[in-house]
Design a protein around this ligand. Sequence first.
Ligand SMILES: [Zn+2]
Ligand SMILES: [Zn+2]
Length: 245
Amino acid sequence: MKITADYHVHSTYSRRNHGKSSIEEIVQRAVEIGLEEIAITDHGPRHYLFGIKENKIKEAKEKILEMRKKYPQIKILLGVEANILDYRGNTDITDEVLKHCDIILCGYHIGVLFSTPLDAWKFTVMNKIGRKNKKVFEEMKEKNTEAVINAMNKYKINILTHPGDKIPLNTEKIAEAAEKTNTVLEINNSHSHLNAEEIKIAKNYDVKFVINSDSHIKDKIGSYEKGLKAAIEAGLDLNRIINLK
Ligand SMILES: [Zn+2]
Ligand SMILES: [Zn+2]
């Protein structure tokens, strides 16, 4: 069993030194460990802590084009890991992102400029209260799920990253929407979502899965062991994981 691609890697195009390795270092490492494909996916521009600056996306793409010439033995993609900005499902998948990116990942993150103060309040404070209050937890879980599904319906998202990380989601409804929108669900090797329990629920729907490293430094690229373990524990048919061979 071997991983053939890693579609979730952060680079030095992130703000504040969030990704430690340059695009070239990432590509070199990917070649070294024998990957067939790699995607550089820094956070979308509305992540004020770590996102790529919107005016840097074009430059990143030029770097990618240069790398494609220099390392023809590997397929190199530019992507973003976009952010959910509100409960209507708006994200920072902007025209500039769409113009230059080959692959779109999207997930929920903190450190984001949410669309309105009310969205910020619900995503952060209400979900925090939900950790101690069962009723609020269940309410927020459904609201969060609606936000993610709205985003999936609004945009062509290739991979939904770490569903269930940081805020609770209804995995059944997410998987149902992923089936309808042809969105691949991520088993994130760093964030432990989807976890085995969630995979067990999601596998009942006609969806594909991907195990990504979500690495922020080149040495972690292509790591998948924890994700694979969760998939096996869930009894998932491993042929449904698009980057395993
Ligand atoms: Zn993420
Ligand atoms: Zn990430």
